[in-house]
Design a binder for this molecule. Structure first.
Ligand code: AGP
Length: 588
């Protein structure tokens, strides 16, 4: 996923855009570029690297002009090179474009445009947009018509913003987010509210096929037929402070520590919203749950909770597999779609398929203005504030808290648990009070090639989530394993000093998991035990505070998050911007 931003106003566009791109860099950080318009000259500077580095090498901040666009790229088509960095110009340098998404038919369009004499500079799909606009600019004076005719040629997903030499800035979207920020000193077109939150909290969320044309005085919105439309102005709820690292070295560790508040907050769901969610589920014959990555692990945990607590059968389908499962989803079904960003392409695709089969959609999101929230019959916000680190941490435990609350309300009688705000007592403070022991473990194991994480029952999804954190933050191969499965193969991987992390609080799984630990230990494994109770089998013991047993999955992931963070630092990786990844995968 990339970040795109456009600005037109009283300020120097480049300096505003540099700051905006820094706040959206979590969306993609392979390369960065800015174009500005000064009088009738389009200036363009771009290169491989992070915003701060390219700004200092190319002086992005000093580019003249009060109209500009900017882009940080997560490469899909075309390698990570200067030429493939956005923005992209047409042949005449009369228009310059930044794009987020994938143009599925770009090769065919490119071949046609080349035959018509267009010269391409990059290998990207995005550049075709600039040349199509150039083509239609020769036919029509009306920028709105140019944009409409350009989009008629495009297949795939896109949000793009273009500057025209005439001094206009225009944008449109299909299945990629695009938001207008209405500031006092200028207006923005952005992929993300974080692109303009420093300047305004007034936003207009564009619908698919909306077209926006900005000049220094006006914000004009049109539909795909060229008719004027109006969209509501929304007040963005987030505070600027939420997106500042504060005393922390990285967003990732800040957000891990924010869990002492974000977890209890996530349990404080608006009662009306919670009841709507419960009613949607209880009125459905079939319950399907979907998500990607960390959100898929939340879905897996939900399956255990639905069975164990509410005695309700559910079907879990990984979003990227949904279209291949031909699941028997119908008008009697509800699809629970879990997504922090609400923009993950695989999740949106699953929702589209479910809606085609007349299923109801209940989404669990962190961004209530996201595409997923707007596609849903009802959404519940996990309410954990912006998560800037690419690795999901506080959003994961907030998703779990939200799922616990919904499922708890579906339980009858004694099966429900105390969901009051003090249910964790001091446990969250205890577990987050001191990272030094986990940092020491990270120092001891930083050079290992493999780490295995065992978990039984509803600790198994936590084992999977823990392995994802280690992989994406520290680039160490890690594998989550159902503890009872080790004899069916994984035990063959155990050698002297193989690192095995075991999720083993004193609940119904405790003794069975101890057996698995014995089997690993007798073959030379080095055991990191995560439990409320120590044991001689552990080479390292990470103490969990005592809580209601049903709540252990929510807190036992936290030590692995912290361990993964310090492993990243020990390996000189940047925890906030893991290689090859982006915060939300808005392309399939
Ligand atoms: C988790 O740490 C990863 N960043 C990734 O797996 C993420 O959970 C996945 O891309 C889903 O994102 P979403 O929750 O915004 O849909």
């Amino acid at each position: 996923m990339c970040s795109i931003i456009g600005y037109i106003g009283k300020c120097m566009a480049a300096s505003v855009i540099v700051e905006s791109l820094k706040k959206m860099e979590y969306r993609g950080y392979d390369s960065v570029g800015i174009a500005t318009l000064e009088r009738d000259r389009i200036l363009l500077r771009k290169d491989v690297g992070k915003v701060m580095d390219v700004d200092s090498s190319l002086q992005l901040n000093n580019m003249p002009g009060q109209i500009g666009i900017g882009h940080t790229r997560w490469a899909t088509h075309g390698g990570i090179t200067k030429l493939n960095a956005h923005p992209h110009t047409d042949c005449t340098n009369n228009v310059v474009v930044v794009h987020n998404g994938i143009i599925d038919n770009y090769q065919q369009l490119k071949d046609t445009l080349i035959k018509q004499g267009h010269i391409f500079k990059s290998q990207t799909d995005s550049e075709v947009i600039a040349h199509l606009i150039e083509t239609y600019l020769k036919k029509f004076d009306d920028v709105k018509k140019v944009i409409i005719e350009t989009c008629k040629q495009l297949c795939g997903s896109y949000a793009f913003v273009a500057i025209f030499k005439s001094g206009l800035i225009a944008g449109t979207r299909l299945d990629e987010p695009l938001i207008i920020g209405m500031g006092n000193d200028g207006n923005f077109i952005s992929s993300d509210v974080l692109g303009f939150l420093e300047y305004t909290d007034k936003a207009i969320f564009l619908d698919n096929h909306d077209i926006v044309i900005l000049d220094h005085q006006h914000v004009n919105l049109f539909d795909f037929n060229g008719n004027s439309v109006s969209r509501p102005i929304t007040q963005v709820a987030w505070e600027l402070g939420d997106i500042d690292k504060g005393k922390y070295a990285h967003y990732t560790i800040k957000e891990i520590h924010q869990q002492k508040n974000s977890i209890p907050m996530a349990f404080q769901i608006d009662p009306i919203s919670l009841q709507k969610a419960v009613d949607l589920v209880s009125s459905s014959k079939n319950i399907f749950i979907t998500g990607s990555g960390t959100s898929y692990h939340s879905a897996l945990l939900a399956k255990y909770l639905f069975y164990k607590s509410a005695k309700i059968r559910t079907e879990i389908i990984m979003s990227s597999e949904f279209e291949y499962m031909s699941a028997p989803i119908d008008e009697n079904s509800v699809l629970i779609a879990i997504s922090q960003s609400g923009e993950t392409a695989d999740v949106l695709n699953s929702v589209k398929i479910a809606k085609e089969h007349k299923a109801k959609i209940l989404s669990i999101v962190n961004i209530s203005t996201s595409s997923l929230a707007r596609l849903s019959d009802h959404y519940v916000s996990i309410n954990c504030g912006p998560e800037m680190g690419v690795a999901a941490t506080k959003s994961f435990t907030a998703q779990l808290a939200t799922l616990y609350s919904i499922i708890n309300n579906l339980c009858v009688n004694e099966r429900s648990v105390d969901m009051s705000i003090n249910m964790f007592g001091n446990a969250l403070n205890e577990i987050l009070i001191d990272d030094s022991y986990l940092e020491k473990i990270a120092e001891d194991i930083k050079s290992v090639q493999d780490i295995y994480i065992l978990g039984k029952s509803f600790h198994y999804p936590i084992a999977l989530e823990g392995s994802l954190k280690i992989k994406e933050l520290a680039y160490i191969h890690a594998e989550g394993i159902a503890a009872g499965e080790i004899k069916h193969g994984p035990l063959a991987m155990i050698e002297l000093n193989t690192i095995v992390i075991v999720l083993n609080p004193e609940d119904e799984t405790y003794y069975d998991t101890l057996h698995s630990i014995h089997e690993m230990k007798s073959r030379g494994a080095k055991i990191i035990g995560i439990s409320n109770k120590n044991n001689d089998m552990y080479d390292y013991f990470i103490k969990l505070p005592l809580v209601n047993k049903i709540l252990y999955p929510i807190i036992e992931i936290i030590p692995i998050q912290i361990l993964s963070y310090y492993l990243a630092l020990k390996k000189d990786a940047n925890p906030d911007y893991p290689r090859n990844l982006a915060k939300s995968v808005t392309v399939k």
